[in-house]
Design a protein around this ligand. Sequence first.
Ligand code: AMP
Length: 312
Amino acid sequence: MSHPHDLLVVGSVALDSVETVSAFREEVLGGSASFVSVAASFFCPVRLVAVVGDDFPPEHVAYLEERGIDIEGLQRQAGRTFRWRGRYSSDLNHRTTLDTQLNVFAGFRPELPPACRRTGLVFLANIDPTLQLEVLSQVERPLIVGMDTMNFWIEGSRAALERVLQRIDFLLLNEEEARLLSQDHNLSRAARAIQRLGPTNVVVKRGDAGALLFHGEQVFAAPAMPLSEVVDPTGAGDAFAGGFMGYLARTWTEGPLDGRLLRRAMICGSTMASFCCEDFSLDRFRTLQMDQIEERFSAFRHLTHFEDLTIT
Ligand code: AMP
């Protein structure tokens, strides 16, 4: 295998409080960049750019380092770490955000260390699009750029968001966000409208209904793995992005992005998202082994494979 590319990730590193009908967790490790970085770290070298406050527990930093993530770009500032609180419906398919506190992110000015500036693949995880732009403009020669966003920014920072969209190759977002961004309830039309805003590739994440990749004119559907127990879906979308971008970083060897490689990247995304749902916070990743990832990746083949191309 050729040498894998590095992946630069910017986004939130947070303390999350999560409530489901059967359990809750207070101030556990979360944030879009944490989920993306940890999921991607199973596939490629990762560099993290974010900010935390002086209340951020050192054991969380130690865990990121243990995963081999380069945290030179993780700033620590006086003040409180970003906090997010959410509550899930009993079927875990709907989530209400109860509180978002930007805290140290409100005054964050990213300053990329030299190694981060030379990274080939970039993922702009969910965070203020103005910060996404600031990071991207400091990268010398980005080869592939992916990004995520959410309703908070689509509604509140539309102009900055549209500027980032013009500079990226992949947008990953969930179906409600795709509808909100495009003002179209039909997902195919929504994805095509988003492609016209900039990205050639749009990945629409649909929770337990899987994800759709709109790649130029092509469409590919990746299912979600049917799990017998979902504990906490927080971060599943970000873990999908980490698996997707991590797989590209590991296997792409320059040149145009091949549709078959993108399809495998989608399955890698679904694989990492499914593990994420099996426990709170990043806890499932703490014990996850590469052979378990490979086993689930191949389980997707069986889930979707059928032989006959005609029905007679
Ligand atoms: P997901 O479940 O994939 O949508 O990701 C949830 C994660 O996103 C949580 O860990 C939150 O800390 C983080 N998050 C929630 N709201 C925001 C926001 N406005 N900006 C950045 N990160 C956020």
